[in-house]
Design a protein around this ligand. Structure first.
Ligand code: VLP
Length: 134
């Protein structure tokens, strides 16, 4: 049985989100707003099918995927760049590679105790987010 990420999760820490957003080319004004946000994630996991809905008072982003099936990701409302994305398991971690214009782009989710962890990567920047169950 793999781990179950399902649930509603609230952001409690967000290290180097600024660096990550800058690497993605997010403009100054948007970065100022975005870094004040406390996004919530609603994750639904059904076998190898996932939906991850990241919501905030400013913008929402919804992602749906199946493990091992590459898909087109539009990043609408984020940096709006299209990627070919692929999510796989690495032990109990979910690893996403977002192949496209930006080098080294992707993210990793894992559970640690009662917390949901997320590492967001773009070029030479790493953002580390931690969420607690709502
Ligand atoms: C863009 C970069 C902030 C900042 C401007 C808008 C949506 C893993 C994965 C599933 C992500 C989140 C990416 C956040 C990038 C912000 C709007 C913030 C709320 O999550 O859970 O998509 O990639």
């Amino acid at each position: 049985m793999p781990v179950d990420f399902s649930g509603t999760w609230n952001l409690i820490s967000n290290d180097n989100f600024e660096g990550y957003m800058t690497a993605l080319g997010i403009d100054f004004a948007t970065r100022k707003i975005a870094k004040m946000l406390k996004p919530q994630k609603v994750i639904k996991q059904d076998g190898d099918s996932f939906s991850i809905h990241t919501t905030s008072t400013f913008r929402d982003y919804k992602l749906q995927f199946k493990i091992g099936e590459e898909f087109e990701e539009d990043n609408k409302g984020l940096d709006n760049r299209k990627c070919k994305s692929l999510v796989t398991w690495d032990d109990d971690k979910l690893i996403c590679v977002q192949a496209g214009e930006k080098k080294n782009r992707g993210w990793t989710h894992w559970l640690e105790g009662d917390d949901l962890h997320l590492e967001l990567r773009c070029e030479n920047q790493v953002c580390k987010q931690v969420f607690k169950r709502a």
